[in-house]
Design a binder for this molecule. Structure first.
Ligand code: PLP
Length: 406
């Protein structure tokens, strides 16, 4: 008899997006003429930078010609892209990362979700609260947790990001083995300074733990105090893996290209306490289960590093950051306490009531959709997330309506 992995049954069905959709649908049915403005989603709205489109077109033409056609590429990604990443995203920023420590993939979601496969099931896992849900759910699927009760999974260590700690969690009170960090953060929008990040790296070095550092929103950092990579912190090469993505950087959410850095100094231990290279293990896993990102997409990602590409990408991010500035400023004027939106596309707003009440009030009185903080964990209650991914006109209109309604 075919049996299922029962750990999947522990997953709390995500009613969040279904619930949002149901409420939005009802509002639209009741108000057929009202244009709804969506500031809830984490998906980009600007098209691909022109340099990426041109590079992709050229690559498609190469694929159409017998002389230049390419079949399977290297699972780890083409050298032309890995070299550009190592040089531009790391070496020029003072982080010592070489091209062969970079694994190209089709998304930071898959990589942040899959990396835990390399570890045994009895490790202690720490996740932030609120959190990007992928880190939690993939550990539940793997069987590293007990059941779900009172908004949390038994067995996970929750690192609380609260107004009292400026949304940067304290170090765990007990030793943990695997730590998920995400900066600039989804959903709180806060960034981390070098000093704060160093505490985590030092903790990991002291406890032989590993940090999975999700830097999917790195391109939004404008504050010079904020590191762009965990590898700018001394010692991080031994205890951290970093995830990056072109999704938000260059509008690749529908095009799919990302990368993961697994330094050769990074290790975990087997039962006999032998040091095992995580680089080698991930290489084994990646080349067994993944067959590479398509050639035209990798050429498009490469174009991001041209002079013109850097300008186009920066212009797009500046556009979203300006939206974020408008949202933050207007919500603050209305008396809401806000974080994020300065080195991030997300603004985390204290709702003054429960998350769903403010959601309903923004929808019903202003026709604006946000994301209730409860979708990101227990400590998301009492907050909503607004996203800067929309047109400036829509953002201004949304803020105008909210100001009128509240
Ligand atoms: N990591 C975080 C924190 C995210 O918010 C997202 C997407 O919203 C991702 C990863 C997914 O990135 P990708 O599109 O590369 O899979």
């Amino acid at each position: 008899m075919i049996r299922i992995n029962e750990h999947y049954l522990k997953l709390t069905a995500s009613y969040l997006f279904a619930d949002i959709a149901r409420r939005v649908q009802k509002f639209q049915a009741d108000n057929p003429d009202k244009k709804i403005i969506k500031l809830g989603i984490g998906d980009v709205t600007l098209p691909l930078p022109a340099v990426c489109v041109e590079a992709m077109h050229r690559a498609v033409d190469e694929m159409a010609d017998e002389q230049t056609f390419r079949g399977y590429g290297p699972e780890q990604g083409y050298e032309f892209l890995r070299e550009k990443i190592a040089e531009n995203d790391f070496q020029q920023q003072g982080a010592e990362i070489s091209a062969d420590e970079i694994f190209i993939s089709d998304g930071a979601k898959c990589d942040t979700g899959n990396f835990q496969e390399l570890f045994t099931n009895d490790i202690k896992v720490a996740v932030p609260d609120p959190v990007y849900p992928v880190y939690v759910d993939t550990n539940v699927m793997a069987g590293r947790t007990g059941g779900f009760s009172n908004g949390r999974y038994e067995g996970l260590i929750y690192l609380e990001a609260l107004p009292e700690n400026n949304f940067i969690p304290e170090l765990p009170q007990e030793p943990v083995d695997l730590i998920y960090l995400c900066y600039p953060n989804n959903p709180t929008g806060v960034g981390i300074t070098r000093e704060e990040l160093k505490k985590w790296v030092d903790y990991a070095l002291d406890n032989k733990s590993l940090i999975l550092f999700d830097a999917a929103y790195e391109a939004f950092i404008r504050d010079p105090q904020m590191p762009h990579s965990i590898f700018e912190i001394p010692g991080a090469r031994e205890v951290a893996v970093e995830f990056r993505s072109y999704s938000k950087t260059a509008g690749f959410t529908g095009t799919r290209c990302a990368y993961t850095i697994v330094p050769k100094d990074c290790a975990a231990w087997d039962k006999q306490e032998n040091r095992i290279s995580l680089h080698d293990l991930w290489n084994r896993r990646h080349s067994t289960k993944f067959n590479g990102v398509s050639y035209p997409v990798q050429r498009a990602a490469e174009a991001v590093y041209s002079l013109e590409g850097q300008k186009q990408v920066r212009d797009n991010i500046d556009y979203y950051l300006n939206n974020a500035r408008v949202i933050r400023q207007e919500m603050q004027k209305l008396g809401f306490s806000c974080t994020g939106g300065q080195n991030s596309p997300y603004i985390w707003i204290k709702s003054g009531s429960d998350s769903w009440s403010l959601f309903d009030s923004l929808l019903n009185s202003a026709g604006v959709v946000c994301t209730p903080g409860t979708g990101f964990g227990l400590r998301g209650e009492g907050f909503i997330r607004l996203s800067a991914f929309n047109s400036l006109e829509n953002v201004q209109e949304a803020m105008h309506r909210i100001a009128g309604a509240l």
